[in-house]
Design a protein. Structure first.
Length: 313
């Protein structure tokens, strides 16, 4: 059966465990996987800018011995001639074995998956979801902390437009003992559908404005950039862009084992002086992103390597 990744909830918690076990095995024994995707092609269809996600997915496929093709800009695709996502994906399905799509419109990846005859990975749809970043975040947390449950996790910055935040809350809400501290200016609060979800499930959360007031209670701090491209007016962006700046002074009050994550790109929200703090995990996160995307490609293509841990089914 054809399988896609649209939101992190497309995989059960057990399937995610299997995916992360596979990612760990890939990290420990990369040679075992070096030819696992020989002869397979990945298409990356990016209608919105990206550095990490596109190159990370492409690196993942190249590490597996497969090949890559695609476009990194809507202007260089037939979208500029007016072609629909539905038609583009039907065409790409004739060329590639698997496709990753990023699009400024919410739901675009879902439309693509409905018309595709190959697995489709949502690499970010507008301000909605970004599931492969969440897989990256979860693998990073699991690797650094040894578990995915019983944390107080602070999410700070643009919680309204930050799709990585929405996907991460969706995914973390499934684990036991999770408490969210949502830190944002009032204008950039999480959308109501996220707080509805937390209320419905009785998951504890609080919404606060000042990072300084809560930083000492956090086990994990997920910083995000103010999403300039999703603002309707420049004035609001300029007013809010430097609302949070995490520096060594503020970090002094944080727990000694409170890891700092960030999906990147960073603008000003984490001062560069923090980079050398042992709690700064955002560049490690990038490396975990490659392992987990390798595991994802293998899983969606249904490729089993002999003596590898069983992939999610
Ligand atoms: C994120 C995104 O594109 O949503 N970046 C990424 O994929 N690592 C976060 C962001 O752009 O702020």
């Amino acid at each position: 059966m054809l399988r896609h990744l649209m939101t992190p909830l497309d995989f059960s918690a057990q399937e995610l465990d299997a995916l992360f076990d596979l990612a760990d095995d890939i990290r420990e024994h990369p040679d075992k996987y070096a030819h696992a995707c020989a002869g397979k092609k990945l298409a990356t269809c990016f209608y919105e800018p990206s550095t990490r996600t596109r190159l990370s997915i492409e690196t993942a496929m190249l590490n597996l011995g497969g090949s890559v093709m695609g476009f990194s800009d809507a202007a260089s695709s037939s979208a500029s001639k007016g072609e629909s996502v539905a038609d583009t994906i039907r065409v790409i399905s004739c060329f590639a074995d698997i496709c990753a799509i990023r699009h400024p419109k919410e739901g675009a990846a879902m439309v693509a998956s409905e018309f595709a005859s190959i697995p489709v990975i949502n690499a970010g749809d507008g301000g909605h979801q970004h599931p492969t970043q969440t897989l990256t975040d979860l693998l990073t947390i699991r690797s650094l902390k040894g578990r995915l449950d019983h944390f107080t996790i602070g999410l700070c910055g643009d919680l309204k437009f930050g799709r990585t935040v929405h996907s991460l809350i969706n995914a973390m809400a499934r684990y036991e003992g999770i408490r969210f501290v949502l830190i944002s200016p009032p204008e950039l609060r999480v959308p109501d559908y996220i707080t509805d979800l937390l209320n419905d499930r009785g998951i504890p959360y609080e919404e606060v404005i000042r990072l300084e007031d809560v930083i000492d209670r956090l086990d994990l701090l997920y910083m995000t950039r103010v999403q300039k491209e999703r603002f309707f007016n420049e004035e609001d962006y300029v007013r809010l862009k430097n609302f949070y700046v995490l520096d060594t002074e503020k970090l002094r009050r944080a727990k000694s084992d409170m890891y700092i994550l960030h999906p990147l790109p960073r603008v000003n929200e984490i001062s560069v002086e923090v980079d050398s703090d042992p709690r700064a995990a955002y560049f490690k996160q990038v490396q975990y992103g490659v392992y987990v995307r390798m595991a994802l490609i293998l899983t969606l293509l249904g490729i089993q390597t002999t003596d590898a841990p069983a992939a999610a089914e």
